[in-house]
Design a protein around this ligand. Structure first.
Ligand code: ZN
Length: 428
């Protein structure tokens, strides 16, 4: 059995401790542990977190291997400190059958860089017309527990109701991409002062908020569980806060980019800032940060959306929506939440590991850093400062909004059940 001693790490940002890994398991956590027979990793000043879990990743395989594959996407995940990603269903073909989710699940097993939990589509072909085989996907080897038409909204209220009723039987969850389609026809950016000045089609906050309001009421009505993807407005926060106060079983996520960037950036017409839901206003950003801090928003999820150069290097209106995020997520969260005093590192462990693992039922993930637990761990150097250089990304795509921007923190090591997937910033 391989033994690894992580020496002097600030576990969840606390006082320095040693952590001993034996095989796939954390053997001991304490002061001055023996290094006998162990490989030593000096972690002075570094923060040790449970391996990060991303509930919202687009791995693009099958069908768009030019932008990402399960292998390159999970390498990007390990680089960013992740030990589990949930793979969205909007692939080609769509992950709407047991066959496709098992294919993605198997590719994840073969990649070895992190666990891959396929998300099943809610409706056949993401078309919103007919419920997909939710039960069969749950029963499959992939054991799907999260269902989403992400990229599209399940806009038909009856379809959403049926999906919520169906997943209730086996304790699954429906993850909604909240976007009222009629209100967002031709939308190119956030509807507001900037869109009016630029003359670009607006994506109004109400198009998100109206769907969230409807869905929390539907979840309450059928007694089921709903998860809201990528909250982007202050109004959405208010609705989720109200729903939780009523005891409705709702969870919500925010992306790193919605915690930092605003629609002012669209003035550059650089399509790297084109994303769905769109970048909003400063007031929205501040409300999202506050909601993540107080727990109204449960988790950070990347919405890692890789696109090849040709789909982004064009005029604004023609460009694809989406940003890569796995390799910069933790830095953006440190910058916006930790360095601002809004969230402790223990809070980061909760929002980026424990809670997403709980919502998605990722076994052995998001666990405490404690003896007997699986050694899924991430070591971060919070003192690091550097400019983001997409040339160094493990992802097959480079569409990051942070190129050249200085961000704090760097993931140096990642362990997946005791196996080092990242050592000193290098994939193994
Ligand atoms: Zn989405």
């Amino acid at each position: 059995m391989t033994k690894i001693l992580i020496r002097g790490a600030r576990v969840l940002g606390g006082e320095p401790q040693d952590v001993l890994i034996d095989g796939e398991t954390i053997e001991a956590v304490g002061a001055a542990l023996s290094a006998e027979g162990a490989t030593v990793v000096e972690a002075d000043g570094k923060v040790l977190l449970p391996g990060l879990v991303d509930l919202h990743t687009h791995l693009r395989e099958p069908g768009r291997e030019d932008s990402e594959t399960v292998l390159t996407g999970t390498r990007a995940a390990a680089s960013g400190g992740y030990t589990t990603v949930f793979a969205m269903a909007n692939t080609f073909p769509v992950a709407d059958t047991a066959g496709v989710v098992e294919q993605v699940w198997r590719l994840g097993k073969e990649s070895g860089y992190c666990d891959v939990q396929p998300i099943g589509a809610v409706t056949v072909g993401l078309e919103g017309k007919k419920l997909a085989e939710l039960g069969a996907m749950h029963e499959s080897a992939a054991g799907v527990t999260v269902f989403s038409d992400d990229g599209k909204c399940v806009d038909d209220a009856v379809m959403m109701r049926r999906a919520l009723e169906y997943v209730k039987a086996f304790g699954g969850v429906v993850a909604q991409h909240a976007q009222e389609p009629r209100l967002t026809e031709g939308a190119q950016m956030n509807e507001g002062v900037v869109s009016a000045e630029l003359g670009l089609g607006g994506w109004p906050a109400v198009a998100e908020e109206s769907i969230i309001a409807r869905d929390v009421l539907l979840a309450e009505h059928v007694g089921s569980r709903v998860h809201i993807c990528h909250l982007s407005t202050a109004g959405s926060v208010e609705i989720v806060r109200w729903a939780k106060s009523r005891g409705i079983d709702v969870t919500a996520e925010v992306t790193p980019h919605h915690l930092l960037l605003t629609d002012e950036l669209v003035r550059s017409y650089n399509p790297v800032y084109k994303v769905n839901p769109p970048l909003r206003t400063e007031a929205d950003v501040l409300a999202l940060r506050e909601a993540l801090a107080d727990g109204t928003i449960d988790i950070v999820a990347t919405d890692h959306a890789p696109h090849p150069h040709e789909d982004k290097d064009c005029e604004w209106a023609a460009a694809a929506m989406g940003m890569v995020g796995l390799e910069t997520a933790l830095s953006v969260v440190q910058h916006t939440m930790v360095d601002t005093g809004l969230l402790t590192w223990a809070g980061v462990a909760d929002r980026m590991s424990a809670k997403p693992a709980e919502i998605g039922q990722a076994k052995g993930q998001g666990r405490p850093v404690a003896p007997g637990e699986p050694a899924n761990l991430t070591l971060v150097d919070p003192a690091y400062r550097g400019e983001v250089d997409p040339a160094g990304f493990a992802s097959r795509s480079r569409n990051t909004p942070y190129e050249g921007r200085e961000l704090p923190g760097r993931v140096t090591h990642t362990w997946l059940r005791g196996r080092a997937t990242l050592v000193d910033g290098k994939l193994q």
